[in-house]
Design a protein around this ligand. Structure first.
Ligand SMILES: Nc1ncnc2c1ncn2[C@@H]1O[C@H](COP(=O)(O)OP(=O)(O)OP(=O)(O)O)[C@@H](O)[C@H]1O
Ligand SMILES: [Mg+2]
Length: 519
């Protein structure tokens, strides 16, 4: 265990860290902060939810001098929501030093951004497209930038941002520190690293196979037309604190969100066709708990950190293993437990096995949730709510009437009636979704020993057996020792397979018009 005080950080940065409630450094932080402080280029890889943002944010804020009035650091992220979130975390880290940060992303009024840029922020956190827009308008100048960080670099490549990133980086002085972070490192990342990083240190944290997995992973084999009813049952059975449901297309997300609302769930959809105001509103509602189900495309798969997400449900199987890993990584964060369910149509089973193979993690098969289980789940939830009210002594004003009722009626019948009222009826609205074509894996790639299973997950095991987590409370607190996983510094061996060895279904995502997203 490494405390932040051992890392030689400035007192004002330490003050931020302690205000954020971080006590010990996570493994990726303990490994990368000392390297980053030396000014070396760095490639950082560690599992989802293990604090990579602060792993680059802390050394960054530590090194910036408060007297600067130029942009000295640039952070790029693939989606707007992620840029906003990273900016918030960097701002917290910068609070006591008084360093100015500014998020810059598409969909937001450019005039407003230009006005904010006049206040001379030192750190810009943005999405590549809008950054380039400002650079072309000369409202952002990069000639004083000393540090560049690419968060989720592999996703930015997959989204076709290579050209934009190249143009942006060509305007940043050669003499700089460049860092690149992600939970997954597919082969194409090497091209980026070779082009933009100088003799980088690879820092990766790979969990030991024996470590208890924080995300229990299940799948249900199911026909397309049964999926929605199964989803309702699953939500009732599992009673998530907050859930994210991933759908394959924007249409799917819209239809699902609407169908869930019709059945009485507080759900809303997030995808790239919504206006920025709508996107912001949905995220705000999800973060403050006014909706408890977020239905999203892969736009929400990367980096988003919303505490309380106890469940991820892949309503549609994700396109590739990376997407699977990032999607399910929206739960089980910061030492908490989480549960991931994936719906797989019979024709997609091969694709699922491919994901298992690449992630080296067995996904446990479960039967379709039954109506009885759904009812039981709802009843349990009602009982929990009831007991909470009881424990908090929030029901004193009902005691008089309770005594009167108990004089006339049987106590069990009375309580059962109250629970029925409290549980409410699920509106059994019939729902028709537009069917989606199943995904199919390229069989001929299977069993390709060259592929090496999970190189892109760091060359070692990415996790172990689902469903073995301890039976703690449903959403769990921070689990003791949650960060203390096996660690390994990778000498760079983990990324040496050729692009050809990637399966077809896993190729660059840009041409898939169905998936085109304005991130
Ligand atoms: N040292 C720490 N102690 C406790 N909590 C921490 C620590 N570092 C980060 N966290 C918290 O852990 C959560 C996950 O961090 P973060 O979003 O940086 O993960 P990540 O590794 O970038 O995940 P992803 O791969 O999904 O982007 C955040 O809520 C963050 O505030
Ligand atoms: Mg992250």
């Amino acid at each position: 265990m490494i405390t932040f005080s051992e890392l030689g950080l400035e007192p004002k940065v330490m003050q931020s860290i302690s205000e954020m409630g971080f006590e010990e450094a996570t493994p990726i932080q303990a490994k990368s902060i000392p390297v980053a402080i030396t000014g070396r280029d760095l490639i950082g890889q560690a599992q989802t939810g293990t604090g990579k943002t602060a792993a680059f944010g802390i050394p960054l804020i530590n090194k910036i001098s408060t007297s600067e009035d130029k942009i000295v650091a640039l952070i790029m992220a693939p989606t707007r929501e992620l840029a906003i979130q990273v900016a918030e975390e960097i701002e917290k880290l910068a609070k006591f030093k008084g360093i100015r940060t500014l998020p810059i992303y598409g969909g937001q009024d450019i005039g407003k951004q230009i006005r904010a840029l006049k206040k001379k922020p030192q750190v810009i956190i943005g999405t590549p497209g809008r950054l380039l827009d400002h650079i072309n308008r000369k409202t952002i100048k990069l000639d004083s930038v000393e540090t560049v960080i690419l968060d989720e670099a592999d996703e930015m490549l997959d989204m076709g941002f290579m050209e934009d990133i190249t143009s942006i980086l060509s305007l940043v002085p050669e003499e700089r520190q460049t860092m690149l972070f992600s939970a997954t490192m597919p082969a194409n990342i090497r091209k980026l690293a070779d082009q933009f990083l100088k003799n980088p240190e690879h820092v990766s944290v790979i969990p030991k196979q024996v470590s208890a997995p924080l995300i229990a992973q299940f799948y249900v084999e199911i026909h397309e037309r049964q999926k929605f009813d199964a989803l309702s049952r699953l939500l009732d059975m599992e009673a998530p604190e907050l859930a994210i449901i991933f759908g394959r297309t924007k249409r799917r997300v819209d239809e699902l969100a609407e169908a869930l609302q019709k059945r009485g769930y507080t759900a809303d959809g997030l995808h790239g066709d919504l206006s920025q105001n709508q996107r912001d509103a949905v995220m705000r509602k999800f973060r403050d708990g006014s909706i408890d189900v977020l239905v999203a495309t892969d736009v929400a798969a990367r980096g988003l950190d919303v505490s309380g997400v106890s469940h991820v449900i892949n309503f549609d199987l994700p396109q590739d293993p990376e997407s699977y890993v990032h999607r399910i990584g929206r739960t089980g964060r910061a030492g908490r437990e989480g549960t991931a369910w994936t719906f797989v149509s019979p024709r997609e089973i091969d694709h699922l096995h491919f994901i298992e193979k690449i992630t080296r993690h067995k996904i446990t098969k479960k039967p379709l949730p039954s109506l009885a289980e759904a009812i039981e789940g709802k009843q349990k939830l009602t009982a929990e709510k009831l007991i909470e009210v009881l424990n908090n002594e929030e029901s004193n004003e009902f005691k008089g009437i309770a005594i009167q009722l108990l004089e006339q009626y049987d106590s069990v019948n009375l309580l059962a009636a109250a629970m029925k009222l409290l549980t409410g009826e699920r509106k059994d609205v019939n729902v028709e979704l537009t069917p989606e074509e199943p995904l199919r894996a390229k069989k001929k790639r299977f069993g390709d020993s060259k592929f090496g299973g999970n190189r892109r997950f760091g060359g070692s095991s990415y996790g172990s057996g689902g469903g073995q987590r301890s039976s703690g409370p449903r959403t769990g607190g921070r689990r003791e020792g949650g960060w203390k996983e096996g660690e390994r510094r990778d000498g760079g061996t983990g990324r040496s397979y050729s692009k050809d060895s990637r399966p077809k279904s896993d190729g660059p995502r840009k041409p898939r018009s169905n998936f085109a997203e304005t991130r």
